[in-house]
Design a protein around this ligand. Sequence first.
Ligand code: WTA
Length: 652
Amino acid sequence: MSKEQQIDSLLHEERRFPPSAEFAAQAIGQASLYEQASDDREGFWATQSRELLHWHKPFTEVLDWSNPPFAKWFADGTLNVAYNCLDRHVAAGLGDRVALHFEGEPGDRRDITYAELTSEVKKAANLLSSLGLTQGDRVIIYMPLLPEAIIAMLAVARLGAIHSVVFGGFSAESLRARIDDAEAKMVITADGGNRKGSVFPLKAAVDQALADGKTSVEKVLVVQRGGNEVEWTSGRDLWWHEEMTPMSDDHRAEAFEAENPLFILYTSGTTGKPKGILHTSGGYLTQASFTHKNVFDLHPETDVYWCTADIGWITGHSYVVYGPLANGATQVIYEGTPDTPHPGRWWEIIEKYGVSIFYTAPTAIRTFMKLGREIPQKFDLSSLRVLGTVGEPINPEAWMWYREVIGGNTTPIVDTWWQTETGAIMISALPGVTSTKPGSAQVPIPGICVDVLTEDGQQVGPEAGGLLVITEPWPSMLRGIWRDPERFQETYWSMFGTRYFAGDGAHLDKDSDVWLLGRVDDVMNISGHRLSTMEIESALVAHPMTAEAAVVGAHDDTTGQAVVAFVILKSRFAGTLSDEEVSHQLRAWVGEQIGAIAKPKRVFVVAELPKTRSGKIMRRLLRDIAEGRDVGDTTTLMDASVIRTISDSVNE
Ligand code: WTA
């Protein structure tokens, strides 16, 4: 099927799943939210913010958009983000409610109440400030999904400092780049974590990242988890448990301005260097908690919520840490992989804790689909009442499987579209209101305005496709790229002025529902993780063997896209190694340079790359080849025979 035919069949999806009358009646998010927001958008967000959060000093200004694209929300108010996630729940008598059901991969578990979590965060805040951390300082957190990682994030936030969580799967090189860009004062890590039944080292990567001693990092705090051997740099390295023991759990949360930076999260863009997306406090927390409550229909007294994302990604920030904790939710966090020690581990966890709201990525659903419904059917999943997906488009077949097999044919599914940059969910059904459609993220949430435009800025209208833009500023929008205002303006605001360009292609169907069709730039989406073609190409050409490299994201039935690389070897290496050996070495190299998630699935050694007359690599043709399609129009190619040679060598 051609791409156009695929889109066409999607847009003729006729199945509809309205909420049941019982669900609609008890739902937190009601249709009136849309009306309130369209009557007075800023007033709507102000009301939400006042109702959802504790403001130390109430704000009187809502939005300042006098200097676009630099927005300020609730700017004259002050609050403490950690206080909002912790102390106020304890003060409201909810201290005994479980905040975190932690399940370790080896099967160990800990239940941590709001009172206990508050006390740990206070101790950690005292520890960090005794080590000299103050407002505005940056801290890198490089950890497995452990309660201590969340404690560390909240302790940094409590002091008005800025965390930057680096996913534990990134290499020492990637870690170093982030430490340097953020000029971090401190790193919080673990000796190691559990993954697929063994311990993977983390502290070793920190040591390697800091090995040359030329660094802004003064202290490295190490949580004991893996029990693996670690090297120690005295004066710099400290054991978390030893330092925490003597700390007092008396700590007063100081209030900071609404626009005080909360975190930097690095994400892939179209150039080689990851960009540090900056989020601030009041607006971010407002939209994270609003969406968490309304999109997932959270009833905090009774629900058990589980989002499977790692805290190294934005989903982990907004829907493991800040949204759920601001809302006083009880949630599960799981350290390990879905298939350890058996492929039913996730379903076993749902049964064990009675999970009622479950949020994961389409890739995971497609993986389970392949393994067969017999596995989830062995477990009691009847506690589930809302299912969510995020990170990549979900094909209708996977959506239906999710609903039938995991949701027992009754649970609403919310397909949530958003980005690291948007901070919180932007397009999604409301489960008690929207009649859902398999495969479409559907409608902007109340208070959010989106549009689909042609490249020259014309609205496309129903039954047409174009570029997704967000037409009005929103509370949890990124406030910039860390120390790079030009790149911020250039990347998101140069296309359509004061409208934010998301980088995604989208289609509107006859009901004007939005269908997300993937990135229109050089960003790939592998298993819901963002990777840049340019970043991987830069890594590949940094290898002594490589002369040139081109990377494309090719369609993959399970992971959405897969990284496929085409490389030209330097002449003195050509023919010296077998193609398998080259592929092996280059994959390992990319793993070291960026991280295992960036390793190409396939590496093709080619003699030439298809280029236009002006010398640009034609990635579209490479993608056609990688996806086994006939290459279409090659008239702009400098030398059309190149493509035949490549496709012959790939077909071998
Ligand atoms: C893609 C993840 C289709 C999209 C929260 C976006 C989606 C990128 C969806 C952001 C969805 C996210 N349907 N595509 N429901 N959700 N995407 O920054 O291409 O890691 O631009 O944020 O993921 O990825 P990021």
